[in-house]
Write a protein that binds this ligand. Structure first.
Ligand code: NAP
Ligand code: F7E
Length: 383
């Protein structure tokens, strides 16, 4: 018998990779998507099946984490074997602007899922994965961070996720639910939201290389993150729910890198060397040199002259607008428990992650460059 999974947040980065992974494993996947005025399913469109098709293995339901009745009705209809609760207002900086909404979706939203499973008498059938986060460690109390490291959240997002973490533990202990926290460190991919730092950087670099954008404005360049690939991390989510006993696991690579180094490594992928000088809001990054053969191979001959003319120019600047009122300066995870008990091992290191993201964004931005150049030519023709 194939299993049925329900994924909240199916339209997000992790929801897309997890759906693909579970469908390949033979699952029927149900997902909750929000109503929006524009299509918001581009990450999962390749998995979409027409509602008139028989024996679908991918079914979407309209819903919202702030709507208890809707969550309960969907869970009652789907009767899932596994729920992956991935839906969240997941942007840390935005959580300072929308703290109440973030608490409602990320904190109470988790309670709504757990309570629905309890009220529907699904406790013995349904296993629950809660998308917990390394942001719980915030002002870190131990290096590296593991399952026993005390939490010290530093944003409305992290505080909301702290409630979600503990309510998951509480329902496990109080009602013997198979409810687990995956404490996932940052994970990225070509599907990462465009305003998270890695994707912002790989998109901006691609646009700078193609001459669509001149420079990029960043926030705190000295912050350090433990970045992995989302493809590896959704496998860990699945493994967490396949164990004999419910438990909580740290998922991380164990390597930490500054934002500044991430930028340099990403530019290096297309043969551009960047040199940083200054400090704080006055720190800047300029083009120090170009390896032409790499640039031509990765970006194209057409764009070489223009970028060569920019050697010595500043292309990375700091805008304090991107600083957070309280920052998380250092994250580095110890995933020994996951490696030992789940036999989980990441396949991508940071270099392979950046390679994947840069290749994808160069390709995507080339389409944009082509469209804007074509538009420009048409305009010139008519003028
Ligand atoms: P994401 O790309 O931002 O996706 C979030 C998903 O939640 C989207 O499908 C979004 O829908 C949905 N959502 C937001 N508010 C909702 C609401 N009120 N009702 C229903 N759905 C709502 O996030 P992600 O990177 O895939 O992360 C997945 C989960 O893991 C999140 O809970 C995040 O907090 C957590 N997490 C992420 C990381 C990471 O590094 N990526 C690390 C640790 C934990 P729309 O598409 O309509 O916006
Ligand atoms: O920031 C710094 C920023 O927004 C990373 C979410 O998935 O991972 C994510 O949260 C770092 C921070 O991710 C810019 O100050 C500098 O130090 O990519 P981010 P995050 O805040 O770590 C955790 C694990 C989650 O759970 C969250 O859901 O980069 N930074 N300059 C910048 N960040 C952004 N976004 N934009 C900048 O211009």
């Amino acid at each position: 018998m194939s299993k049925t999974a329900l994924i909240t947040g199916i339209t997000g980065q992790d929801g897309a990779y997890l759906s693909e992974y579970l469908i390949k494993k033979g699952y029927t996947v149900h997902g909750i998507k929000r109503r929006s005025s524009l299509f918001n399913t581009n990450r999962i469109d390749h998995l979409y099946q027409d509602p008139h098709q028989e024996n679908r293995n991918m079914i979407l339901h309209y819903g919202d984490m702030t709507d208890s009745m809707n969550i309960t009705r969907i869970i009652a209809e789907v009767q899932p074997d596994e729920i992956y609760n991935l839906a969240a207002q997941s942007h840390v900086k935005v959580s300072f602007d929308t703290p109440e909404y973030t608490a409602n979706v990320d904190g109470l939203g988790t309670l709504r899922v757990l309570e629905a499973v309890r009220l529907l008498n699904l406790v013995s059938k349904t296993r629950i994965y809660q998308a917990s986060t390394s942001e719980l460690y915030g002002l870190v109390q131990e290096i590296p961070q593991k399952e026993t490291t005390p939490f010290y959240p530093r944003s409305p997002y992290a505080v909301a996720k702290m409630y979600a973490y503990w309510i998951t533990v509480n329902y496990r202990e109080a009602y013997q639910m198979f409810a687990c926290n995956g404490i996932l460190f940052n994970h990225e991919s070509p599907l990462r939201g465009e305003t998270f730092v890695t994707r912002k950087v790989t998109r901006a670099i691609s646009r700078i290389a193609l001459g669509i954008q001149n420079e990029v404005y960043m926030g705190n360049l000295s912050g350090k993150r433990d970045w992995g690939h989302a493809k590896d991390y959704v496998k860990a989510m699945y493994l967490i729910l396949q164990q004999d006993m419910p438990d909580d696991y740290v998922i991380a690579t164990g390597v930490t890198t500054t934002i500044r180094d991430f930028i340099c490594k990403s530019f290096d992928k297309i043969g551009i060397a960047v040199e940083f000088t200054g400090a704080g809001v006055n720190e800047t990054g300029k083009i120090a040199g170009i390896r032409s053969e790499v640039f031509v191979e990765r970006v194209g001959e057409t764009y070489l002259k223009r970028i060569q003319n920019r050697i010595g120019e500043t292309i990375v600047k700091v805008d304090p607008e991107y600083f957070r009122p309280t920052e998380v300066e250092l994250l580095i995870g110890d995933a020994t428990k996951a490696r030992t008990k789940l036999s989980w091992e990441p396949r991508y290191d940071l270099d392979a992650l950046i390679e994947d993201m840069m290749q994808s964004d160069i390709k995507e931005m080339k389409k944009e460059a082509y469209v804007s150049e074509a538009g420009y030519r048409i305009l010139n023709y008519f003028e």
